[in-house]
Write a protein that binds this ligand. Structure first.
Ligand code: C2E
Ligand code: MG
Ligand code: MG
Length: 577
């Protein structure tokens, strides 16, 4: 019998013309065992045209011959003459052929991972599954591929060559369920302030950074077992077998990007969740990401392995998220006020206050904003809290105006999420009108870090608010990255110097020097300066002598409830308001 015929297993494949793509799709079945070829032939023959090969070499011949119209290859791995792995390797090197989708036929589960790394799109397990499953796998993949280019576009990230999110999780789940023996860990890798890197060095450079990281991750995965994807702009997921030391991996990737540019100073951070037989990949990666977020802005040792403490923290977070609804209904949220004093008058005079949220939880007691504000900022719930605080503060200012005829503007904090809320301006205008206030009665604190991302949009919005008449205070100035020379373009009236500058001014001449520098620049730009976190008389005197206008801190008062705050108002009025 003509060997060609034998391979065809009696199917009329020789008749396929290159333009016959509209008809049944062409499938190449490669297996050295006739019984396997037969089995697949029987299953697939009603739906597809089938051609066969007995080993890798014949498979390549068939591929070259039918390159134009071949839709899919079912490929055995262990074969004489040329293995399936070698076929894949050859095809991957060929621009024309590298995108033909391949389903690997294997009895050896441990080979799946390697095949996947080499570009296989799916598996059919031997001995063969029930026919419906095989048909579904083939048609599913064909649907996904819809012409060959799409499959690589759909499953590989164009920039890094790593997998896409969906594909990654599909296979991570598969590995988790079918290969419990692999004990794969979840790693999340993130680039510190990637937007700034893009903004300063251009997107092309940003892309180069991502590509290099992708390349290095692939190199790493060729030495160990695992898969990886780019999950978001600058975040990578790696699912790999346990490494003796994750610092080594982080150093390796860090070294790669550091070589790109010394002046761009790119910093990577990494979170790890170690394998746990009861935790599915999606949750493992959530936790690895939580760990990774813990080391945001940490440059010394930006690696965190998820541990029990973090788990407790997550449980608490979950609880706070669940309880917020009740908190607003049951009046557990309270607004406290902390005074700001004009220290250039003698004695210092009460000038304004900052509204600060407190949560008096029925079971957990008093929770400070540091414990829940960042949490709610991360998921949009912050606007519930902030609206509450703004309303409460506006009502309070109005009450004090009536009660004391005393001008006491109150600052409220705006988070990033508020600033990008399209209804922000309307909300604030309504707030002023409903409480019969003027725009000068409520000041807006916008934290410095909000200005670093999407700077232009933010500046436009803040400028609109300022044009309406709101005074804008830049909160936590100096805690992040805004440079002094950006200040002149910013629509702000007041700088709130971050606490960390103040903390050591009594001990450190350098710190005091920095404070003087900031005060000088602010004066030049005609900005008022508030020093935050002033706790001692010594700090107060140094700041006063250096010309600082306003001081806020425990030295004068902690944030206190409004009833208590009234004592401060009365005291100040007695001085001669
Ligand atoms: P912030 O706006 O910079 O507020 C100043 C923080 O410094 C307050 O912490 C205040 O209690 C604390 N502080 C004031 N003086 C001193 C001092 O002398 N020494 C020390 N060690 N700390 C001092 P608090 O109330 O825990 O708030 C923390 C942060 O939470 C605030 O920082 C602000 O960013 C945020 N926050 C508070 N309330 C709200 C709110 O209603 N909305 C939003 N979006 N954020 C809020
Ligand atoms: Mg503030
Ligand atoms: Mg502050």
């Amino acid at each position: 019998m003509d060997p060609e015929d034998k391979k065809r297993r009696g199917k009329d494949t020789g008749m396929i013309q290159s333009k016959q793509i509209e008809g049944p799709k062409l499938v190449l079945v490669v297996d050295d065992h006739e019984i396997n070829r037969d089995a697949l032939g029987v299953i697939l023959e009603d739906a597809y045209h089938i051609i066969y090969a007995e080993n890798g070499k014949e498979a390549l011949d068939q591929v070259y011959r039918h390159a134009e119209e071949l839709s899919i290859i079912l490929l055995d791995l262990n074969m004489p003459v040329m293995s399936g792995f070698e076929v894949m390797e050859r095809l991957k090197k060929d621009e024309q052929l590298k995108d033909i989708p391949i389903i690997v036929l294997t009895a050896d589960k441990s080979a799946e991972l390697k095949a996947l790394q080499m570009g296989a799109a799916d598996f059919i397990t031997k001995p063969f599954d029930i026919p419906e499953v095989i048909l579904a796998r083939v048609s599913g993949l064909l649907e996904r591929s819809e012409g060959r280019k799409l499959i690589s576009a759909a499953e590989h990230d164009w920039l890094t060559g790593l997998y896409t999110r969906n594909f990654f999780f599909e296979y991570a789940n598969r590995l988790f369920h079918y290969h419990p023996e692999l004990h794969l860990d979840a790693i999340v890798l993130d680039i510190e302030k990637f937007h700034t890197i893009n903004a300063v060095n251009g997107r092309e450079f940003g892309n180069t950074v991502l590509r290099e990281i992708g390349g290095e991750i692939r190199a790493f995965l060729s030495e160990t077992e695992g898969i990886a994807c780019r999950i978001e702009a600058d975040r990578f997921n790696i699912y790999c077998s346990r490494q003796p030391d994750y610092h080594t991996l982080l150093d390796r990737l860090q070294r790669k990007v550091s070589m790109l540019s010394l002046k761009a100073s790119i910093h990577l951070r990494m979170g790890v969740m170690l394998w746990n037989q009861d935790i599915e990949p999606i949750l493992m990666f959530d936790r690895a990401r939580a760990a990774c977020n813990m080391v945001r802005g940490v440059y010394q040792n930006p690696l965190m392995v998820y541990d029990d403490e973090m788990h407790q923290r997550e449980l608490l977070n979950q609880r706070l998220l669940n309880d917020l609804n009740n908190a607003t209904k049951e009046f557990q949220l309270k607004v406290y006020y902390q005074p700001k004093y004009d220290v250039q008058s003698d004695p210092p005079r009460l000038k304004s206050a900052e509204a600060l949220i407190r949560w008096v939880h029925p079971e957990l007691g008093m929770i400070s904003p540091g414990d829940f504000i960042p949490l709610f900022e991360g998921n949009g719930l912050i606007s519930i809290v902030d609206s509450f605080v703004w309303n409460e503060a506006a009502r309070q200012v109005s009450r004090w105006k009536k009660k004391y005829n005393f001008l006491l503007p109150v600052s409220v904090n705006l988070s990033r999420a508020d600033v990008f809320d399209p209804t922000l301006v309307d909300r604030l205008v309504k707030l002023i009108e409903e409480n019969n206030l003027s725009f000068k009665d409520i000041k807006l604190e916008v934290t410095e870090s909000a200005y670093t991302d999407k700077a232009q949009d933010l500046l436009n919005i803040v400028k609109r608010l300022r044009d309406l008449g709101f005074e804008i205070e830049m909160d936590d100035f100096g805690s992040g990255y805004s440079s002094l020379n950006m200040l002149s373009d910013m629509p702000i009236d007041v700088l709130k110097m971050d606490m960390k500058f103040i903390r050591n001014i009594e001990q450190s001449e350098t710190d005091m020097h920095l404070v003087r520098l900031i005060l000088d620049i602010a004066k030049y730009l005609r900005l008022m300066v508030v020093a935050e976190g002033v706790e001692t008389e010594g700090q107060l005197n140094l700041l006063k002598d250096a010309g600082c206008d306003l001081v806020q801190g425990f030295y004068f008062s902690r944030p206190i409830p409004p009833e208590e705050f009234e004592k401060l108002i009365e005291k100040d009025m007695a001085i001669g308001g």
